[in-house]
Design a binder for this molecule. Structure first.
Ligand code: URA
Length: 183
């Protein structure tokens, strides 16, 4: 039952899939190896403006994908938390948060495009970004320094994060989310 962490009211809501083993032990989101890869990309001055959470709040056994029932059990609490944090943007890592938001888990199709989402009573922008554990799993080489990347996908991951933060910093337009009927 991992509680969200970070700023109560946040500019950016960092949304992952589920706690991993390290997160489960330490009681905080994205504090394992893949979390470190993600946190390394975040400019220091942003830390106080971020809130962290996952689509599900318990660690699934053996890190399997969360089941639809688990996702639906956690949905009301996540919606309430986003309604109270009032972020300008959600950065969603991987297919699970994307599926949670728009019922489409195809991250390679959606990454690099922001879109408006309505979460409960709150409307904001959603940025689909690859999950850092996928970036670690698909590395083709071990980077020797911070300026090197382990794959082209890792370059994309870094680009998407820095681009998304720059977008938020520049000031986002008012998001308008359309219902299927309106669209
Ligand atoms: N992966 C996630 O999706 N969330 C975490 O908190 C850690 C790893």
């Amino acid at each position: 039952k991992m509680k969200p962490s970070g700023a109560d009211e946040s500019l950016v809501y960092m949304l992952g899939e589920a706690p991993g083993e390290d997160e489960d032990r330490k009681g905080k989101q994205f504090v394992g190896v893949s979390g470190q890869l993600l946190r390394d990309q975040i400019p220091d001055e942003w830390e106080e403006f971020l809130r962290w959470n996952n689509v599900i709040r318990d660690r699934p056994p053996k890190n399997r994908k969360p089941s639809p029932a688990e996702i639906e059990c956690c949905r009301p609490a996540l919606i309430r938390d986003i309604e109270s944090a009032l972020p300008a943007a959600i950065f969603g890592f991987g297919g699970t948060p994307l599926d949670w938001a728009i019922e489409d888990a195809r991250i390679s199709l959606w990454r690099g495009k922001r879109f408006p989402v309505r979460v409960g009573s709150h409307t904001c922008w959603y940025y689909p970004i690859y999950h850092p554990s996928y970036i670690l799993r698909t590395r083709r080489r071990e980077p020797d320094s911070d300026s090197e990347v382990g794959s082209e996908l890792e370059r994309v991951f870094r680009f998407d994060i820095s681009h998304a933060f720059a977008d938020v910093k520049a000031g986002l337009p008012t998001p308008k989310a359309y219902s299927a009927e309106e669209a």
